[in-house]
Design a protein. Structure first.
Length: 690
């Protein structure tokens, strides 16, 4: 009886909120005992936002001045949501609370105290587009090599940004993170970077990265400001601490002051943004940086079934560098996650489409409550086409569909010209890729092309162009002449030729995620090889680019009628009733490069953990048994191999495309018995390999 009174009828001492009644025990401990340095390890779906909001409410109800509370979030939307929930709880407006992103708060503080380090408080802020425009102007003012491969403003902007946030010089950063860039370009990129910094200063402007770096410099160089702010912010709360970068971690350390009332909330097991500069060591080393740290764990998950959490827990325990925690739930038991082996990527796509239709029809699950997640964009190619052909609407979350991406459209543009020499859009696209050809020259060349009767005749013309433009036209002609001569050889040979004749080098020197984009192009070549004519291939690529389902995004009333397709990075923080994680193969997920060091492999495993914990009720893990390109048996992902057999259910899928027998996985390291593989399947498999 006493325990019941303690948990449910504890007096609220005049508080508006009954914290005991509205929080679970783990959350309650954080809210009421979160003084001093506190690390809150909030597992997926454990109510971290709720806990933060109630902690702030608790401080205010105890009499804390709103001006003394600093609540740092990672998006303005999160800040608004927390403030709104806080006011609903307290049934009153909360004025004076310092709430917002690192950049928002940095802006406020620099305008107030920036003069202490020589900043004019009336500085302008450059958004990302402004920054890229200024970098483009700096790039144009530097004497660059006369080739088309020198990095564009977008990539230079990314390099400069990461350099600032990681406190690395540009040369070291390029060698470590962008080693694909020609080393001869590094001094020129450094020159552009220095010029960019000088022009910002001259214009009294700061970019987003400066809002952090200058805030950090203010705290480092002005002891009086640092002490004043540390005294003002008696309570510092930081959301998503696992995603902070090096400078953000330093800022929090500087602000802590003598009281060290710093409460950070995050999940080291969901740190998956190192490519953006996030440093997982910020959360892992928090107890080292604050010796009196109290660690709380939020392990009750309100999202997923016990079976899904069981799989996620078993996966993440293989990481060595982590805090130990184990998600559990009060949600009723459901089905074990399904592990499904299919004949090929096409069979995988067919299975997913059919299962989606079954979930919609038989279980009344709305399409927008279903998500298909993948490690890399190219893994969605066959699925997108299969969904198009079955008229299953989908939305690609946070990005473009496969055939809409710039690098795919560039390569396909060459092929479209082979099929139709008067394709103006494609001519404009490929001409703009060449050295020395600008918009005016593109128009001049096109006006000449449209007067010529055939592609062969076009490729014989010089068009009397200026010297630089003539060089660019020669480059384009050489590629097209080679493709023209190779056309009967097969579509994959055409795509590989485009890459060999300079496009691969262009990708490497112009895109931050160049390896991912080259993997997309490799997959495009594999996909194209199944077609016996260029026209058929172009019809399907056009279908993939213009499918009507994409327009559902514009129609909010129809959004319930679209499946979500997403990379895992874009899916973090979201949830769906049914989730498919596809193409679980070594070399794809985990990425092949992850095997080079344990830090990368552990981040890949954290991605698998994040993907798994997006599912509420149903989780499907799928992979193709063999590669249609090489004919080799695929190696199932290490993340599947290391799972105990009792956390998933093997689905044997009848596939009329293969045989009448059930198809199961056939790798010697798999959890399946090779004796189960049908003779018909082996017969077809060997035939394909030969």
């Amino acid at each position: 009886m006493d325990e019941y009174i303690l948990k449910n009828q504890e007096p609220n001492y005049g508080f508006k909120i009954n914290y005991r009644a509205e929080l679970n025990e783990e959350q309650y401990q954080v809210v009421t005992q979160g003084d001093g340095p506190c690390l809150v390890l909030a597992g997926a779906g454990s109510g971290k936002t709720r806990t933060l909001v109630y902690r702030v409410a608790y401080l205010l109800e105890k009499g804390a001045n709103p001006n003394s509370i600093l609540l740092v979030t990672f998006t303005n939307k999160a800040a608004r949501e927390m403030t709104g929930r806080l006011e609903l709880l307290l049934k009153d407006q909360v004025k004076g609370l310092w709430s917002g992103t690192f950049h928002h708060i940095g802006n406020r503080l620099l305008r107030t105290y920036g003069q202490a380090i020589g900043l004019n408080p009336n500085f302008n802020i450059l958004d990302n587009e402004d920054s890229k425009s200024l970098i483009k102007a700096c790039r144009q003012s530097v004497s660059l090599p006369n080739d088309k491969y020198f990095p564009k403003a977008d990539l230079i902007h990314k390099i400069i940004s990461l350099s600032v946030n990681s406190k690395n010089n540009i040369s070291d950063l390029i060698n470590r993170r962008f080693s694909q860039i020609d080393e001869n370009y590094i001094p020129l990129i450094e020159k552009i970077g220095n010029l960019y910094q000088a022009r910002k200063k001259q214009a009294n402007a700061l970019d987003f990265d400066d809002l952090l770096s200058e805030w950090n410099r203010l705290l480092l160089e002005s002891e009086s400001v640092r002490e004043k702010l540390a005294k003002q912010f008696k309570y510092i709360l930081v959301d998503e601490y696992q995603d902070t970068n090096y400078i953000q971690g330093e800022i929090i350390n500087h602000l802590a002051g003598d009281d060290q009332n710093v409460l950070v909330v995050g999940d080291d097991s969901q740190s998956i943004y190192s490519f953006r500069g996030a440093v997982v060591e910020n959360i892992l080393d928090f107890p080292k940086n604050f010796s009196q740290t109290k660690t709380f764990k939020l392990e009750i998950n309100y999202r997923s079934t016990p079976e899904i959490l069981g799989l996620a827990n078993e996966s993440i325990r293989h990481n060595r560098h982590k805090f130990d925690k184990k998600l559990r739930t009060h949600k009723k038991s459901g089905e074990r996650p399904a592990l499904v082996a299919l004949d090929s990527v096409d069979s995988q796509a067919d299975f997913i489409c059919q299962r989606i239709l079954d979930l919609q029809k038989e279980q009344r699950i709305n399409l927008n409550e279903i998500a298909v997640l993948f490690r890399a964009h190219f893994q969605s190619l066959e699925l997108e086409l299969a969904m198009n052909k079955r008229n299953i609407p989908y939305v690609m979350r946070g990005g473009l569909r496969f055939f809409e991406q710039a690098h795919i459209k560039d390569v396909v543009a060459y092929l479209r010209i082979l099929a139709n020499h008067l394709d103006e859009v494609s001519w404009v696209r490929i001409l703009q890729l060449q050295t020395g050809i600008g918009p005016a020259t593109v128009d001049l060349i096109w006006q000449n092309i449209r007067q010529v009767g055939s592609l062969k005749q076009i490729l014989e013309k010089s068009f009397n162009l200026p010297l630089k433009a003539a060089g660019g036209w020669t480059e384009a002609r050489n590629i097209l002449l080679k493709l023209y001569s190779l056309e009967p050889s097969g579509l994959s040979a055409l795509i590989e030729t485009i890459l060999t004749f300079g496009y691969q080098k262009m990708v490497r020197n112009n895109f931050e995620n160049s390896e991912d984009r080259l993997a997309d192009l490799e997959q495009l070549a594999i996909f194209a090889d199944r077609y016996d004519s260029l026209d058929k291939f172009l019809v399907d690529t056009a279908l993939g680019e213009n499918f009507k389902g994409s327009k559902l995004v514009e129609n909010k009333e129809s959004i319930l009628e679209a499946v979500i397709l997403s990379t895992i990075h874009q899916a973090k923080g979201l949830e769906w009733k049914a989730v498919f994680i596809i193409s679980l193969l070594d070399g794809q997920f985990p990425n092949a490069k992850a095997f080079d060091n344990y830090q990368d492999l552990e981040e890949e495993r954290r991605m698998f953990y994040v993907a798994s914990t997006r599912a509420q009720d149903q989780l499907y893990l799928t992979y193709p048994i063999f590669s249609s390109y090489t004919g080799q048996i695929n190696q199932v992902s290490q993340f599947v191999k290391e799972l105990p057999k009792n956390v998933y259910e093997k689905w044997k899928v009848k596939d009329e495309l293969i045989s009448e027998d059930d198809v199961v996985y056939v790798d010697e390291d798999s959890p399946f018995n090779l004796d189960d593989v049908s003779a018909n399947f082996w017969k077809r498999f060997k035939k394909r390999r030969n």
